[in-house]
Write a protein that binds this ligand. Structure first.
Ligand SMILES: [Zn+2]
Length: 401
């Protein structure tokens, strides 16, 4: 099956990638007709920064340039819709201690807050660039990232400003935890987050987020924070139900949040809300891996009809991985996802969690974000865990390596 909906313009350079053993398009009208729209012996035409054509190699049109994929599989660039890259410092000792038997609590964030406040702008920017490059090498072509380790007006504003230099998907997370200086008066901190800090951060952010959790922010505080963000044009997403049952997921759905992230402790009512609402359930198995916690139940969410995304939660405390392939392998091994579901969730699912139509698929008109794997099938991402299978990446039509 092949389709042509875009006439390939002579004015821009077009490239034909041919001899792709199997191509995940995430368009169920293509290929095998499944949600991942798998095409065997496929070819892709990139024109400028867009996908211009996909189909079988034997039907491919002529182009300016040609690349032989050598029988590799191709998948859409990964969409990592949840990370915390604006930070400084290191929590190796905390991880080491936890792996020696101590439980994780939200309080560890304070260690990174202190290091981040003490860092220079250049140090923070270099960290973001470094981890973005690390993610790209592993196939990530879109990455959301958050503030949340500054927790003063100045430090949060600097975090979103730095993030803004590196990605369009910036989230204001002043409500990560209540900083130590407000420990006796959390209401005053919520007032700051919804007032002066919001004013300073809103110009640089697309999203507002809150860690709705015991020890962080309760349901009423989270509602006030997200509502204030909405009033300033920021769209909500929520750290919800990670460490315990709570109101986060239902609040996210009620407010029309793009995503409820973690979803590890869910009641039937939470699952039902996600299944019938407009909010993606973003699962972050790197966090459960790194804290030896119980896995979120992806199977339960999928069977109920929820839209599921998979992301890394890359952060120095509870999930210090930038590897989407690693998260795919965990999701397949431990969370009841099939390989097809996991690849969909890490691409089209991530795009849905960012309310993006232009990424997460390889179909005509979408942004040309494509990953070639040193493997004949996307299934190898779970079948060969820990192996660096990413061979080449195109982002926005440019071959990055
Ligand atoms: Zn997070």
């Amino acid at each position: 099956m092949s389709i042509t909906t875009t006439t390939i313009a002579a004015s821009t350079t077009s490239t034909l990638i041919t001899n792709i053993a199997s191509l995940v398009t995430n368009d169920s009208s293509l290929g095998d007709g499944t949600p991942i729209g798998l095409i065997q012996d496929a070819a892709v035409v990139i024109d400028g920064d867009r996908i211009a054509w996909v189909g079988e190699t034997r039907k491919a049109p002529a182009t300016d340039n040609a690349v032989d994929a050598g029988g590799r599989a191709a998948v859409p660039g990964f969409v990592d819709s949840h990370s915390h890259l604006v930070f400084a410092g290191d929590r190796t000792q905390e991880f080491n201690a936890r792996m020696s038997g101590r439980a994780y609590s939200a309080g560890g964030i304070r260690t990174t807050v202190a290091a981040t406040r003490a860092a220079s702008d250049a140090e923070l920017a270099a960290n973001v660039a470094r981890y973005l490059a690390e993610a790209l090498r592993q196939g990530t072509t879109t990455l959301e990232t958050k503030s949340g380790y500054g927790l003063t007006v100045q430090d949060e504003a600097r975090a979103v400003r730095i993030a803004c230099d590196h990605t369009d998907e910036v989230t204001y997370l002043g409500a990560h935890i209540v900083p130590p200086e407000y420990a006796d008066d959390p209401a005053a901190y919520v007032a700051l987050v919804t007032g002066e800090m919001l004013d300073a951060c809103a110009p640089y952010a697309r999203w507002i987020d809150v860690f709705c959790e015991q020890g962080a922010f309760d349901g009423d505080q989270a509602r006030a924070i997200l509502t204030a963000g909405l009033a300033r044009g920021l769209q909500p997403r929520v750290h919800a139900n990670q460490l315990s049952y709570g109101p986060g997921v239902r609040l996210a759905v009620e407010l029309g949040a793009a995503s409820a992230d973690h979803c590890t402790h869910l009641t039937d009512a939470d699952v039902d809300a996600l299944a019938h609402g407009d909010t993606v359930a973003t699962l972050l198995p790197g966090a459960e891996f790194s804290t030896r916690a119980d896995w979120p139940d992806a199977r339960r969410l999928l069977d109920a009809g929820a839209t599921v995304a998979l992301s890394t939660d890359c952060n120095p405390g509870s999930s210090f991985t930038s590897s989407v392939p690693f998260c795919i392998a965990l999701a397949v091994r431990d969370m009841g996802m099939t390989p097809d579901e996991a690849i969909w969730s890490a691409t089209a699912g991530g795009a849905a969690a960012l309310r993006r139509q232009d990424i997460g698929r390889v179909t005509p008109g979408t942004r040309a974000d494509l990953v070639l794997l040193d493997a004949p099938s996307h299934v190898h991402l779970a079948y060969r865990p820990g192996v660096p299978l990413v061979s080449s990446v195109w982002r926005g039509g440019t071959r990055m390596f």
